[in-house]
Design a protein around this ligand. Structure first.
Ligand code: AHR
Length: 515
């Protein structure tokens, strides 16, 4: 069927259709066997700024409504978004974290310095129990990152025994003493974070030896039930992927990749999160789209050593990194979130969906109040960001079958630079309904697209919604929380039994359900 799509595309060109004027999405309606792992819609929460404290955890005695210390509004919003997996405790923090400081009676827990993030004192109120119980409450999988940079194999294996053993062994008994009888059955374990940087400044050869050592012991203590995720590359560091894949331990089932979108020219020229000029709108999208090339090049290296695709590419940190909000602590990385950031999220998720043969997990940085957050809080107030709505709209793709598609579209140009105007991905859910997500990146122009399902007819568009905004840099504030919010979408027309014409507003994301 892949061939049929290519033949159809070629035919369009032969009969003289000008790709610059025609926007066309051709979908192969027969699934090819790739499932979009729901964990691609994962999140990341670090002990950084106000992500954990204030964001997720306010403590039982807080006046802010809470369920045993967790903010009720946050728990409800994350459940509603269908969060599938949550990575914790870092980030750079993970390689300074000693999990034993975060268990036992709250008032007896050891304090530590959070060296990376604002130099604040961490009192360890939120520790292993608090995190794993949160995941249980949310119905999501926990993904814990072991400390390789300043920890040890002993520390990691004891943690594994503490969280996963149901035997009469020292760490499981310590857990019981701390009030938890049953293990949590954690499935995902990260072996170090950014070991090429804040996690220990290692070379890939040095790291891969440590990884083999940690991995073997994690396998033994975890009875080979944990999915181990090796530290992967920083952006385009293809040599890192090559070295680690070549010498990887047998127990490693995932390799990470970190990529942050910096809308300006460099880290010193990051865009503001709000009130930015249009050049930062364009360059933010242009930089975000680079993730396609990174995924394809890292995947090609992985294919060389793992042609059966048994090791997943886990993009466990991604998102836009802007200037912090004026007047806030620089080390807390608190930034607002605009429609531009929602578009960055949707095009990135399209890339992940379309490469779901290799990508098995991704975790946007970070859940609450940090970087490209889905939710912001201020005291008892909470605001859902435009990025939150993208995750909610896209949750239809979770565990659905990927449908191969070919998108032909015009370019969006600015200052002599071009990016494709549209982005899309398509899947079929367990009931046979097809979901199409389409993004129009042009901030000034609506775009009409024809959507053709090859090999299947559909009766109607069962539901459709759109997320757009008044301005290219609109955002939701605590005072005006509903500026950017999805609404029902009607601007489509069925053109025949298997086709549709859709007009997508400027700077918008549309999701269609075809029945
Ligand atoms: O997400 C913020 C930081 O970015 C993480 O701690 C680190 O892993 C990355 O450099």
């Amino acid at each position: 069927m892949k061939h049929l799509v290519s033949i159809l595309c070629m035919l369009l060109f032969f009969i003289g259709v000008n790709a610059q004027e025609t926007n066309k999405l051709i979908i192969d309606a027969k699934p090819g066997g790739v499932v979009i792992n729901k964990n691609i819609y994962g999140h990341f929460a670090e002990h950084l700024g106000r992500c954990i404290y204030d964001g997720i955890w306010v403590g039982k005695d807080s006046k802010i409504p809470n369920i045993n210390g967790y903010r009720t509004d946050i728990v409800n919003a994350l459940k509603e978004m269908q969060i599938p997996v949550l990575r914790w405790p870092g980030g750079c923090f993970a390689d300074t974290y000693h999990w034993m400081d975060g268990i036992g009676p709250e008032n007896k827990r050891a304090k530590m310095m959070n060296y990376h993030w604002g130099g604040v004192v961490e009192n360890n109120t939120f520790g292993t129990h608090e995190f794993l119980n949160l995941c249980e409450m949310l119905g999501c999988e926990p993904y814990i990152s072991a400390n390789v940079g300043s920890g040890s194999v002993v520390e990691m294996t004891q943690w594994i025994e503490y969280v996963n053993s149901d035997k009469d062994v020292p760490m499981a008994n310590l857990r019981r003493l701390n009030g938890r009888e049953k293990p949590w059955n954690v499935k995902f374990l990260g072996v170090g974070n950014e070991s090429w940087g804040c996690g220990g400044n290692m070379t890939p050869d040095y790291y891969v030896n440590l990884l083999r050592n940690y991995s073997e012991m994690a396998g033994i203590y975890g009875q080979w039930k944990l999915q181990q995720i090796g530290c992967g590359a920083n952006g385009a560091d293809y040599n890192w992927t090559d070295v680690v894949m070549k010498q990887r331990p047998g127990g490693m089932s995932g390799l990470s990749l970190h990529y942050y979108t910096i809308a300006g020219q460099s880290w010193g020229d990051k865009s503001p999160a709000t009130g930015f000029e249009k050049k930062y709108f364009f360059s933010g999208l242009e930089k975000a789209l680079k993730i396609n090339e990174l995924v394809e090049k890292h995947s090609a290296i992985m294919d060389k050593y793992d042609p059966k695709k048994q090791v997943g590419l886990m993009v466990d940190e991604w998102g836009i990194w802007t200037d912090v909000e004026p007047g806030t602590e620089p080390g807390f990385l608190f930034q607002q979130n605009s429609i531009r950031d929602a578009l960055i999220a949707s095009v990135t998720l399209d890339v992940f969906n379309n490469h779901a043969d290799r990508i098995k997990m991704a975790n946007i940085a970070q859940t609450i109040n940090v970087l490209q957050a889905v939710i912001l809080t201020e005291g008892s107030k909470m605001v859902l960001t435009p990025t939150y709505y993208v995750f909610k709209m896209y949750n239809v793709h979770q565990d659905a079958k990927l449908l191969e598609s070919k998108l032909i579209c015009e370019d969006y140009e600015m200052d002599g630079k071009k990016i494709p105007t549209l982005s899309s991905s398509v899947s079929e859910d367990k009931n046979g309904n097809v979901h199409v997500t389409i993004t129009n990146l042009n901030p000034d122009k609506e775009v009409t697209l024809s959507v053709d399902l090859v090999g299947k007819t559909f009766e109607k568009v069962k539901s459709a919604s759109v997320l757009t905004a008044p301005e290219y840099n609109s955002f939701n504030s605590f005072d005006k929380p509903e500026v950017v919010k999805p609404v029902d979408f009607k601007n489509y027309k069925k053109t025949n039994a298997s086709s549709l014409s859709v007009t997508i507003p400027s700077k918008a994301i549309v999701v269609l359900e075809l029945l």
